[in-house]
Design a protein around this ligand. Structure first.
Ligand SMILES: [Fe+2]
Length: 225
């Protein structure tokens, strides 16, 4: 009997260790791969920008998010509310940076550009009058971001309508406004300065040539569920 109890204890300890390892590995965020080469969006966004933006900037948000979450877990375990509150800006900044860029890479495609089709196009016409008007409104809101931030096309679940919004820094759209992100334009200088210098409007004008409307449509379908 004692032998069986010992076995059960060892088994439980081993299971607990395995679960902890699984939990730890699940909680680590990783840099997502791009489905296209760094140079694939040229001439609209050059390879140097893409390489630095993905492998350095986005990677830094991922690393810092993992570090922040570790510290947050420790603060939670200790019941240290002051430390938890102090970590929230870092969580918002690095978590937002990871969320935003993960969406951004999929919003872009070397086969992008043109116009959306089907339900997305119908929703754009209903909510903005025309595709052209939506582009103009989103471009204006995005160019007008003061300092660093993002322009967004989002879905408002309550009304079933598309909305345009701008967010400062890395504030994530859904966490900040409730809108579900469909299309984001990164207007941090790291996204365009090496190619467009200080002329943000030229970058915003060019990016429409590499927008994957297929991805935006898929996001709308998911958002409506
Ligand atoms: Fe960025």
């Amino acid at each position: 009997m004692l032998c069986r109890v010992g076995q059960i204890r060892r088994c439980a300890a081993s299971l607990s260790q395995t679960l902890n390892q699984v939990a730890a590995s699940r909680q680590k965020h990783t840099l997502p791969d791009l489905t296209y080469d760094y140079g694939a969006l040229e001439p609209h966004i050059n390879a140097e920008i893409m390489q630095l933006h993905h492998s350095k900037h986005h990677a830094t948000y991922v690393n810092n998010l993992n570090v922040t979450e570790e510290k947050y877990k420790e603060a939670l375990a200790k019941g240290d509310v002051t430390a938890q509150v102090a970590l929230q800006p870092a969580l918002k900044f690095n978590g937002g940076g990871h969320i935003n860029h993960t969406i951004f890479w999929t919003n872009l495609s070397p086969n992008g550009g043109g116009e959306p089709q089907g339900e997305l196009m119908e929703a754009i016409k209903r909510d903005f009058g025309s595709f052209q008007k939506m582009k103009e409104k989103m471009s204006a809101a995005t160019v007008a971001v003061q300092g660093s931030g993002w322009g967004w096309l989002g879905y408002e679940k309550e009304s079933g309508r598309l909305r345009i919004a701008a967010c400062a820094n890395q504030d994530p759209l859904q966490g900040s406004t409730g809108l579900i992100p469909l299309l984001g334009i990164d207007v941090w200088e790291h996204a365009y300065y090496l190619q467009y210098k200080n002329v943000r409007p030229d970058y915003v004008k060019a990016i429409w040539n590499v927008i994957s409307w297929e991805n935006v449509s898929e996001r709308l379908q998911t958002a409506k569920k």
